[in-house]
Design a protein around this ligand. Sequence first.
Ligand code: X5A
Ligand code: ZN
Length: 717
Amino acid sequence: MRTALVYHEEMTAARLLWEDPECEIERPERLTAALERLQQGGLEQRCLQLAAREASEAELGLVHSPEYVSLLRGTQALGTEELRALSGQYDAVYFHPNTFHCARLAVGAALQLVDAVLTGAAHNGLALVRPPGHHSQRAAANGFCVFNNVAIAAKHAQQKHGLQRILIVDWDVHHGQGIQYIFEDDPSVLYFSWHRYEHGCFWPYLQESDADAVGLGQGRGFTVNLPWNQVGMGNADYMAAFLHVLLPVAFEFDPELVLVSAGFDSAVGDPEGQMQATPECFAHLTQLLQVLAGGRVCAVLEGGYHLESLSQSVCMVVKALLGDPAPPLSGSMVPRHSALESIQSVRAAQAPHWTSLQQQGPARLLNPSTCSPEGRRPSVSPGGPGFKAAEAQGSAVPRSLLDQLHLYPTPPARTAAALTAQDAALVLPPDVLRPEGSAPQEETRAWARLHEALAQDTAFIALGKVLHLLNGILDGQVSSGIATTPAAAATLEVAIRHGLSHRAQRVLCVAVGQLDRPPDLASDGRNLWLNIRGKEAAALSMFHVSVPLPGTTGGFLSCILALVLPLAYGFQPDLVLVALGPAHGLQDPQAALLAALLRGPAGGRVLVLVEQRKTQREREHKRGVGEGEAGSRRAGSPMRGWIPGLRDHDLGRRQTPNRLSHPGAQHCDFWGPVSRRFFSRADKFLSSAALTEQSSSEKATSQPGQGLEHPRPERGA
Ligand code: X5A
Ligand code: ZN
């Protein structure tokens, strides 16, 4: 499974033929610069390269009126003055004799991308196109846009592939009002857009770009507008928007496909956006989207006018689509006040429509004092000083030791698994390594002296394997790893100490279940211990946070999105250790999701430790087999049915089976003990950041009486 890159050189064949300061930024070099950078970075060659085709007139008719299409067809024969006159009838538009051809290629590229992903030829992909599309309307060109590439792609995905729920994420800095108008009364397409708004004083100056425009009729709640009322929004603001608005709603919506209106005028240096987000941010945004829709993410270029910023951002998206770890984000991870205000206003406007937004807002959860060591990262100053200045600031950000070493930018995006003898027969996905080795005996023995539990035979052997795996991660030989051990608590403590004594500046531990923070671990800011267990939330110290194990899946998602990830991104660890200890209560897909999302803040360096105990294994074995028979032939999303309180019409929609095939299914559609299912899923997530097979996880979550919905009694209780 691959990442598709759709392009055609002829999309550079249209350009502005007269003076027009507003339109001159939309030029052919946008495509050539981005493509050149992809080639230089060796990224184009790693993709499945597809030549764009022209869309048919019937395909254009999915969104546009026949009269408008005819008008555009006619522009091919017009002279410059006639083109100029016609252009003047629209807002911020220019036509060229090649515009019709280019615009049909742009639509065709988006359709080819969607076809590649929905037939399984590709896993995800990017279409590099111009002219852009998101401002274009049924019978009007607007804002450099001629045909609405992404809207047509969504209609096509519904009509040709039978999709029921499509999410469109518009991260261009302008409001894609064209997409909003086309789907505003349609609950099958959820449209999210953030945009420079400045209380209505920024182009296209529309009231319907504000947060209180939520859609019409049946479509109420399926338009989500996040207006930015100040320029200078940066990485922290964009991440907060995803974590506190888009992702809660998107999980609840449960899309079958994610289309991205991928404009990069929202990146630092762009003259239109005047924002501050760095190119790396787009890798993180892409990674976050990859946990939706089984990883079926199709990005289609919209705006982006600073050639350097555009090219770098495009590379970041492609790298993320390819599964490479994302570089750390520079700057403070504290959102700006104005950003939080905008986020709160969308949440308030959308709360009647989404259960996931009906809990507490982000202001409290985002309290920056929780764990970010003071003075460690200079924040990028607001006010849009431009790309050069921001770049200079970026280079002043102290990169962690690991990132100065060879790990970035070419770490292998691979997962390795170290298994106990009991799991040795496990069938793993093909891209998962299975290192044979162990750490040297003396090294293992030295660490094992810390704990009695590690002296025991199987624990000792597991420790050797874990240390070997950890060394592989710290040396950049593999990106992430997963290991079983009969002594999770002790092994975790060793892993922390080993990580901190070998290059890792900061280690984040996410311990789920009955695992205690090692008592004599220094509180020097190098270890943040986050325990998900028990009943009460408590900040025992700045670096020791305890939160209750949520009782519902919705609660679990909120916990990850609103608490775990903001803490993790604020802490900026070099290594994340996830430990599933006794009574962790997580369903496999939940644990896999946790591990996948924690790749983001740690440069992909995640090690998952799973406590393996015989009695528990036997109990889980029975359960796993029973579930397998019931669920192996059902299809759906891993999140389906997880969120309580869905509205009736949602539930109706959700019953339609997902018609997609799951090409990855043969690798993980087996039904051994729970631990095995967990491995298959976590490996998939960790190695490609995507869940390609869904039927098993749906079943796992729809069984009442197990996992989070009804936590198992703790052992010995
Ligand atoms: C696609 C896009 C922007 C139009 C700006 C007009 N259009 N001032 O970014
Ligand atoms: Zn734009």
